[in-house]
Design a protein around this ligand. Structure first.
Ligand SMILES: Nc1ncnc2c1ncn2[C@@H]1O[C@H](COP(=O)(O)OP(=O)(O)O)[C@@H](O)[C@H]1O
Ligand SMILES: N[C@@H](CCC(=O)OP(=O)(O)O)C(=O)O
Length: 388
């Protein structure tokens, strides 16, 4: 039997998404404390193995309903939904923090809107905050910023939000905890003969066609279709995905022990997916000219520091793709700089400890971290063709 659990054993950074239905006690409409407790223990166990975890937690609308005397299953108007989310989100964050604190770490709330991951500048800000939280040992607890989300301006469901978060933090695994143990060839809640699908190598039209909407009349949104879309998005960023039940006592341990699930295995790593993406960015909005020392360092795979930049050409935003030019005048790499062109004109040639005085602030330790630059290499473009 194929050991799909090795995907989980080998993952170093995991995004776990848990749906509303898993977090609400059907009988009371309140938080299902057993589920919060169980997943808190599982996250602590992952962290003890050195795995970094980001949690995408649904449930704000469902947990907010009883607090505002809104019935558990009625259809809500947009303003009622926003209000319920505002009342329920504190319960989510407080409950997760209470559970995590038992294990010596904390929850940190991150509420995202589509503009936070679609606009380049905000994408970088969101990424930096999540990275910093992980570096400082917290568990980011992410949800859609439902109080400002409108029907048009929203991710719509937390499955796709979780995939975006997985892309944002370059996770190597997305775990979707649902009320079903994976993908079947038809909806198992209506067809008892539905056949389980344990492994998906590629999300094709045939796979997408299997997924139907949710049957849940209470809390769930999206059904299997949004989970497949999430898996497809995550895989494009080199992140494998697994869909399994969240109502087990130890859902992550169960996966490690071979519990039934559907595994979508990415065939590239998050790092190489990102390198392919950078290398193939077509619209380069400017160029940075490097001195000899910086050229050598970057060609050896090191980060670029402002001190080695001699000239800035063009107008570009922070995180927009630009080209690097070596001391002989040859373009040799593509980079996503941590500063825009105006800022770079101020700091080029400066030592790192002079940047804050010059700009009034400083971002990150390098002007372009090594992970955000790719040397020209025909092999990188070939990798993309192979992975398509
Ligand atoms: N092909 C399928 N395989 C598995 N589940 C399916 C399929 N088609 C539709 N579904 C439905 O999707 C539901 C899971 O989605 P959803 O209720 O939105 O869960 P969550 O609350 O975890 O987001 C299942 O309970 C099932 O009714
Ligand atoms: N942001 C919403 C959840 C949206 C959503 O996708 O819910 P679910 O299908 O339960 O994961 C909330 O917290 O209520």
């Amino acid at each position: 039997m194929t050991d799909y659990a090795s995907i989980l054993r080998e993952a170093r950074r995991i995004v776990i998404k848990i749906g509303s239905q898993q977090l609400i006690d059907d009988r009371t409409g309140q938080a299902h404390m057993g589920r919060f407790y169980a997943l808190g223990c599982e996250i602590a166990a992952l962290r003890a193995r050195g795995v970094e975890v980001v949690l995408v937690s649904s449930g704000s609308v469902a947990l907010g309903r009883p607090r505002l005397n809104l019935p558990a299953s009625s259809k809500l108007r947009l303003d009622e939904k926003q209000a319920a989310a505002a009342a329920g989100q504190p319960v989510i964050i407080q409950t997760w923090d209470q559970e995590f604190s038992k294990h010596g770490f904390h929850a940190a709330q991150a509420l995202l809107s589509p503009s936070d991951t679609e606009s380049r500048r905000r994408w970088l800000n969101s990424r930096n905050t999540l990275e910093t939280l992980l570096a400082l040992g917290a568990v980011p607890v992410v949800n859609e910023n439902d109080t400002v989300a409108t029907e048009k301006l929203r991710y719509g469901d937390n499955d796709r939000l979780a995939a975006r978060v997985a892309q944002l933090v370059s996770a190597d695994l997305l775990v979707i905890l649902s009320d079903v143990d994976g993908l079947y060839d038809s909806d198992p809640t209506t067809n008892p003969d539905a056949k389980h699908i344990p492994y998906v190598k590629q999300v094709t039209g045939d796979i997408t066609a299997l997924a139907g909407p949710t049957r849940a009349e209470t809390a769930g949104t999206g059904g299997m279709a949004t989970k497949i879309a999430a898996a497809e998005m995550a895989m494009a960023a080199g992140c494998s995905t697994v869909i399994t039940r969240g109502d087990r006592e130890q859902p992550i341990t169960a996966l490690l022990d071979g519990a039934r699930a559907t595994w979508f295995e990415a065939d590239v790593s998050p790092e190489s997916a990102k390198r392919v993406w950078i290398a193939n960015s077509l619209a380069h909005e400017g160029r940075l000219f490097l001195d000899e020392g910086a050229t050598r360092a970057v060609k050896q795979g090191h980060s670029l520091f402002a001190a080695g930049i001699t000239e800035v050409e063009g107008r570009f935003g922070r995180g927009h793709a630009i080209r690097l030019v070596d001391h002989d005048g040859e373009e040799f790499a593509t980079a996503l700089p941590g500063y825009d062109s105006d800022e770079l004109r101020v700091i080029c040639g400066l030592q790192s400890d002079q940047i804050e005085d010059a700009l009034g602030y400083k971002r990150g330790y390098a002007t372009v971290p090594a992970a955000d630059l790719v040397l020209d290499d025909p092999k990188v473009k070939q990798t993309e063709e192979v992975s398509r």
